[in-house]
Design a protein around this ligand. Structure first.
Ligand SMILES: [Fe+2]
Length: 324
């Protein structure tokens, strides 16, 4: 039996809160276990975004997920940012606060891309020290997500799974295991995703992310623009077995369909839990809200293809659009 992660509960199956779904959620009160918000979309927002978040956080558990902490940057930590983050967590009663193992800018500039770190002894010590400072400032454990990456550093001396495992132990932080990111990076860098999942400290995994991506043949871009593919679901099944099951969240950031479709996608996760227990898996693609879903419409959803060309927007582009 694996102990609860940093005391955090398994919230069940949640959905990333996106502005296009505000009205549906507030009118229909869908039976969603929990929502994850993008922290930056609310940190400097009073007015309508804050009001809507107040409404939703009164009805659902909320978890905060940030994209600008830049824990791996050579810049000083931004304490003004951290103060705002803490204030928002108090306002919405966030159960935990997460961000990415990455850097997003340097020299005070935010590039809005989640860029990889060199994986060395020095960078490990550097990021561990910064995580400890952040945790002291926030007065709660930080939860960090494995990024999807497209380049590596020749000076790296260890695989990402070893870096993340040692980081979590040394900094005493939590992990957000993005199963799709493991798949994307394993494809891009030709490593074994199963080895990755087996190596991370399972008792520190607080949450999973699931998402769709765009496969361009030579590499995969983490576009969050469609359904979760079967190999990623199979990795989720393994992760579920290894951890005993933790809070699971679907990210859908581009070509966003109606809320019932997004919600139904995360509910598919039940199949990959129930099969472990020998149960029937035939119960999904049914709307959680009692709204009949068009299965053909779900299946026909495809990556962004216009005039035969694949366009590949980065998810951060949509975060910025929401933040503005
Ligand atoms: Fe993610």
């Amino acid at each position: 039996m694996i102990e609860p992660r940093l005391g955090h509960p398994n919230l069940g199956l949640g959905v990333g809160l996106r502005t296009v779904h505000y009205n549906y959620i507030l009118e229909k009160n869908p039976k969603v276990d929990w929502f994850e918000i993008i922290s930056e979309n609310y940190m400097d927002s009073g007015g309508r975004p804050g009001y809507l978040l107040d409404q939703i956080s009164e009805r659902y558990p909320i978890v905060m997920h940030g994209v600008s902490m830049s824990i791996g940057s050579s810049d000083e930590l931004n304490f003004d940012y951290l103060r705002k983050l803490k204030k928002l967590a108090e306002r919405c009663g966030a159960l935990w606060v997460s961000d990415h193992l990455c850097w997003t800018g340097v020299a005070g500039l935010n590039g809005h891309d989640l860029l990889p770190m060199p994986l060395t002894e020095n960078s490990l010590k550097y990021v561990v020290d910064r995580i400890r400072v952040v945790q002291d400032c926030l007065e709660r454990p930080l939860v960090l997500e494995n990024p999807s990456t497209y380049v590596t550093f020749t000076k790296s001396t260890m695989p990402e799974w070893e870096f993340i495992a040692r980081m979590a132990e040394d900094a005493d932080c939590g992990l957000l295991l993005d199963v799709n990111n493991v798949y994307v990076s394993s494809f891009n860098h030709n490593f074994d995703p199963v080895e990755y999942l087996e190596a991370v400290p399972h008792e520190r995994v607080v949450q999973y992310h699931l998402a769709g991506h765009t496969n361009l043949g030579t590499h995969i871009i983490d576009t969050h623009d469609g359904h979760v593919i079967d190999p990623v679901w199979e990795l989720y099944r393994l992760a579920h077995q290894l951890t005993g099951g933790v809070s699971t969240l679907l990210e859908w950031d581009a070509q966003i369909p109606g809320f019932p479709v997004v919600h139904a996608e995360v509910l598919k996760a039940r199949r990959y839990m129930s099969l472990d227990e020998g149960q029937d898996d035939s119960s999904t693609t049914e709307s959680p809200d009692g709204v009949g879903l068009d299965v053909a419409q779900i299946r026909s959803h495809s990556p962004l293809v216009e005039n035969g060309k694949v366009t590949v927007p980065h998810p951060a582009a949509f975060v910025v659009a929401e933040a503005e």
